[in-house]
Design a protein around this ligand. Sequence first.
Ligand code: TMP
Ligand code: ASP
Length: 236
Amino acid sequence: MEKTVQLYEGKAKKVFATEDPEIVIVSYKDDATALDGLKKGTIVGKGAINNRMSNYIMRLLEKHGVPTHFVEELNDRETAVKKVSIVPLEVIIRNISAGSFAKRYGVEEGIVFKEPTIEFSYKNDDLHDPLINSYHALALGLATKEEIETIKKMAFKVNEVMKEYFKGLGVTLVDFKLEFGRLSDGSIVLADEISPDTCRFWDSKTNEKLDKDRFRRDMGGVEDAYKEMMRRVFGE
Ligand code: TMP
Ligand code: ASP
């Protein structure tokens, strides 16, 4: 599969067209941003790690009946995926309090919830991705009722599969962000990526952070955290 023209460049990835109108190629960058792009940096090796890890998890999810955009890993940084139109919602599942949840509700990080939670943000950089509820998403025409129901079910299923999988690697899945897309036939698939950029991973024994929070919070050891997650998943 060959890239033709570049369709889009985002903060962490580029997307290229191919000869096949239903397939695009995603190319993962080492660039990292936080705070709505205000904080910029490079995490050496991140592109390859996120590409390989995301593909591994997408395949695992497919095995558990979750449809995804994944088609084929082309090389370290590049993957062919089904072309989708992205539903402009960031879907966040939380098992443990952290990040904006802890801040918004004035609670400490690390409270284990009895049940996982779900929330949506409206993907809109100009508005800084505001929190949105499903009624507002419907009112704005971002998705249909059926699509929102499908997305909720799929997101909780992803949580069940990933929680178990990471537990086996000695990693606690604290929270994560998913994005969904529509295929040309209108069906919903899991899209974007699943990686230390989009999940909070804590070492199960020490609670050490093994994700992008090390970059967001200037904690140091960012590359080592990504490499450690790579080692847990692939043993390398
Ligand atoms: P939050 O606590 O900052 O709302 O983040 C919740 C989860 O979503 C966390 O695992 C990090 C992930 N996330 C993204 O993938 N992209 C983003 O732009 C933000 C703000 C969070
Ligand atoms: N990637 C997001 C941004 O640049 C934020 C984040 O992941 O924290 O704003």
